[in-house]
Design a protein around this ligand. Structure first.
Ligand code: ADP
Length: 493
C-alpha cells in the first residue's frame, strides 16, 4: 500500500483502499508542505479520513507537469487517439461504477441511487466528448486568388479547473471532457468538502493511458490552491463552477494576473412557473424534483415557484403531501431520496434562510426544521405566500427550501421570473403551446424546461444569463471554452 493510501469502507463496497495524495504526473504524491485536512461524513458528522492539501507550491508543480505534457507528449497524440483515451476512461469508469458511486454517497451524502445516476452521466459525458475529439475543424476562407486563408481551432493550453461539492464527479467530467477532447492539459482542484470521488477516479487516468501530466487532480482549499490557480501566470484558462461571489474573485484574479481566459458556471434562483391549465399531478412531481433533487444543492434548483391563482390553494395542499413523501435519511438506503446537506456550514446557512423566511412572515407549509440530531439533515421545507422582496425569494439558498408565490397572468409572471440577478434556468408548466413558447422566449435564462425540470443532457448546452455565468458547458458549445482560433494567411507565388 502506498504511503498516501488509506483503508475505507461503505455498506455497498465493503473495504477498499483510497489514495489520498495529490495526483500529479500520473502519480499520487504528498503535498509539498506536508499538510493534510479532514474530510467529514455529512451523514454521521464523523471524520472519514484526511487527504493531502495542495498549497501554492503544489499548484506550481502541477502546472509545470501540465505545461510539459502540453508541449511534449500530448501535442503528439492525434485527435483520434485523444478520443480513444477518453472512451477508454469512460469504460474504466463504467467498470468501477459501483465504487465511484459509493465513494460519492459517503463523502457528499447524496443517495446511492442518485450517485449511480451521476456516475452514469459521467460515463455518457466522457463518451460524448471522446466522440468530438477528431471532429474539431477549421475553415478555409476564400478572400483573394493570390492568397490562401484558413483557420485552425487550437487548444488553449494549460487549463485550471475548479469544481464544487454538489456533483463532485459529474462536474469533474463536465470539465475534463471538453478540455481533453480539444487537446488541452488540466490542473483540476476538487472542492475541499468532497475530494474523495475524484481521488477514486484519478488512478483510471493512468490506467486509460493518458501521458503523465495531461490531467492532474489536486485537493485543497479555495483560498489557497483555488486562488493560486486563478492567479497563476502559466495557466492559460480557468474554468470554475461554484458561487457567484467566488466567480467574481476568480475573474478578478484572472484579470490581475495574465488575463487567462475565464468561463464561469455560477449560482441561480430559478423560477418554476405553474399555470392554471397544467397537468397538476405532473407539475407537482416536477416542482418537487426541481427543488428537492440533490437536497436542493443544485445551481439550477427551481427555488422560486410561481403558481397561477386559479390552482394556488389546491397546488399548495398537493405539493405539501408530495414533499412529505420524500424519504429523507441514510444515503445508503436504496429508498432514500434526500440525504444530509454537505456540511455544517451549508446546514447553518440554510437554517439561517429558514429563520429569515419565518421572521419575514412567510407561511411554513411543511418542514422548517432539522431532521434528527445527528447528520446535516433538513426536512423538505415549503414556504407559501412569499413576497418577491423577501430574502428567501431573492437569494440562492442551496437547500431543500421552496418559496411559493401566486401570480395572475403570463405578463406578471414573466416580470416576476426575470426579477433576479441570476439567469441560469427556468421552467413553465402548461398544456398551452402558445403560453409555453411565449413565456420561455421571454424568460432570461440559459435553459428553460417545459413540463419537466432538471432535464440535463451532455448533448445540450448549459449555462447562465446575467450573473449566472459566462460561457456554456456541455454540447458542442463547450468546445468553444477550450479552443482558440488561429487565422493563417498564405501569400501564393
Ligand atoms: P460554496 O460556497 O458553495 O462552498 P464555492 O463557490 O465557495 O462554493 O466553492 C466552489 C469551489 O471554489 C471550491 O472548489 C472552492 O475550493 C473554490 N473556491 C472557493 N474560494 C475560492 C477562491 N477565492 N479562489 C478560487 N477558488 C475558490
Amino acid at each position: 500500500m502506498s504511503a498516501t493510501a488509506v483503508n475505507l469502507k461503505t455498506p455497498v463496497t465493503g473495504d477498499f483502499t483510497l489514495n489520498t495524495g495529490l495526483f500529479i504526473n500520473n502519480e499520487f504524491v504528498r503535498g509539498a508542505e506536508g499538510k493534510t485536512f479532514e474530510v467529514i461524513n455529512p451523514t454521521t458528522e464523523e471524520v472519514i479520513c484526511s487527504v493531502h492539501e495542495a498549497t501554492e507550491k503544489d499548484v506550481d508543480i502541477a502546472v509545470q507537469a501540465a505545461r510539459k505534457a502540453f508541449e511534449g507528449p500530448w501535442s503528439k497524440v492525434t485527435p483520434q487517439e485523444r478520443g480513444m483515451l477518453l472512451l477508454k476512461l469512460a469504460d474504466l469508469a463504467e467498470k468501477n461504477a459501483d465504487l465511484l458511486a459509493a465513494v460519492e454517497s459517503l463523502d457528499n451524502g447524496k443517495s446511492i441511487t442518485m450517485a449511480r445516476g451521476d456516475v452514469g452521466a459521467v460515463i455518457g459525458c466522457l463518451r460524448y466528448y471522446g466522440g468530438w475529439a477528431d471532429k474539431i475543424e477549421g475553415k478555409t476562407i476564400d478572400i483573394n486568388p493570390d492568397m490562401f486563408h484558413y483557420t485552425r481551432s487550437e487548444p488553449i493550453g494549460v487549463c485550471g479547473q475548479i469544481i464544487p461539492w454538489n456533483f463532485p464527479l459529474l462536474m469533474f467530467a463536465w470539465k475534463i471532457g471538453p478540455a481533453l477532447a480539444t487537446g488541452n492539459t488540466v490542473v483540476l482542484k476538487t472542492a475541499e468538502q468532497t475530494p474523495l470521488s475524484a481521488l477514486a477516479f484519478a488512478p483510471l487516468i493512468k490506467e486509460a493511458g493518458f501521458p503523465p501530466g495531461v490531467l492532474n487532480v489536486i485537493t485543497g482549499f479555495g483560498k489557497v490552491a483555488g486562488a493560486a490557480i486563478s492567479s497563476h501566470m502559466d495557466i492559460d484558462k480557468v474554468a470554475f463552477t461554484g458561487s457567484t461571489a467566488v466567480g467574481r474573485t476568480i475573474m478578478k484574479a484572472a484579470a490581475g494576473s495574465n488575463l487567462k481566459k475565464v468561463t464561469l458556471e455560477l449560482g441561480g434562483k430559478s423560477p418554476n412557473i405553474v399555470f392554471n391549465d397544467a397537468d397538476i399531478e405532473e407539475a407537482i412531481n416536477w416542482v418537487n424534483f426541481g427543488i428537492y433533487y440533490n437536497h436542493g444543492q443544485c445551481c439550477c434548483a427551481g427555488s422560486r415557484i410561481y403558481v397561477q391563482e386559479g390552482i394556488y390553494d389546491k397546488f399548495i395542499a398537493a405539493f405539501k403531501a408530495r414533499a412529505e413523501q420524500n424519504k429523507v435519511g441514510d444515503p445508503f438506503n436504496e429508498e432514500t431520496f434526500q440525504g444530509p446537506q454537505v456540511s455544517q456550514l451549508q446546514f447553518d446557512r440554510i437554517m439561517g434562510y429558514v429563520k429569515s423566511g419565518k421572521d419575514e412572515g412567510a407561511t411554513v407549509v411543511t418542514g422548517g426544521d432539522r431532521l434528527g440530531d445527528k447528520g446535516y439533515f433538513i426536512k423538505p421545507t415549503i414556504f407559501a405566500d412569499v413576497r418577491q422582496d423577501m430574502k428567501i425569494m431573492q437569494e440562492e439558498i442551496f437547500g431543500p427550501v421552496a418559496a411559493i408565490a401566486k401570480f395572475k397572468d403570463a405578463d406578471e409572471v414573466i416580470k416576476l421570473g426575470n426579477d433576479s440577478n441570476y439567469g441560469l434556468a427556468a421552467a413553465v408548466h402548461t398544456k398551452d403551446l402558445n403560453t409555453a413558447i411565449r413565456v420561455s422566449n421571454a424568460l432570461r435564462a440559459g435553459t428553460v424546461w417545459v413540463n419537466c425540470y432538471n432535464a440535463l443532457h451532455h448533448q445540450l448546452p448549459f449555462g447562465g444569463y446575467k450573473e449566472s455565468g459566462i460561457g456554456r458547458e456541455l454540447g458542442e458549445a463547450a468546445l468553444a471554452n477550450y479552443t482558440q482560433n488561429k487565422s493563417v494567411a498564405i501569400k501564393l507565388n
